[in-house]
Design a protein. Sequence first.
Length: 128
Amino acid sequence: MSDFSNSLTASARALRAQATRLRHVSENISNADTPGYRRKTVPFETVQKDGRDMVQAGRVTLDRRDLSRIYDPGHPMADASGHYQGSNVDLMIEIADAREAQRSYEANLKMFDQTRQMSSSLMELLRK
């Protein structure tokens, strides 16, 4: 039975990690037009638990790429040259990251469900 619980634990940790990643991707997308906003990234880390490698979301880091300079002399944050700093969020990268996180989440959810079904089937067989 411990193999089933190990599989469920691994799937649950991966689901949490992908949910965290998806939450930060959605924050990036919603702040793409916010002046001075820096893109957030979430690395994945491998941790040891009971002698097994598990994945978890690491600390959120800010992307250190340069912020875009936008020319809009009428903007309240514009400097003397008429420019202000935009964000460093690239919507194409964020959409691709969101898709990847969504697909990984779905795959882990399917693995979790299949493990649960196998465990239930085993219990049914043991009852007979």
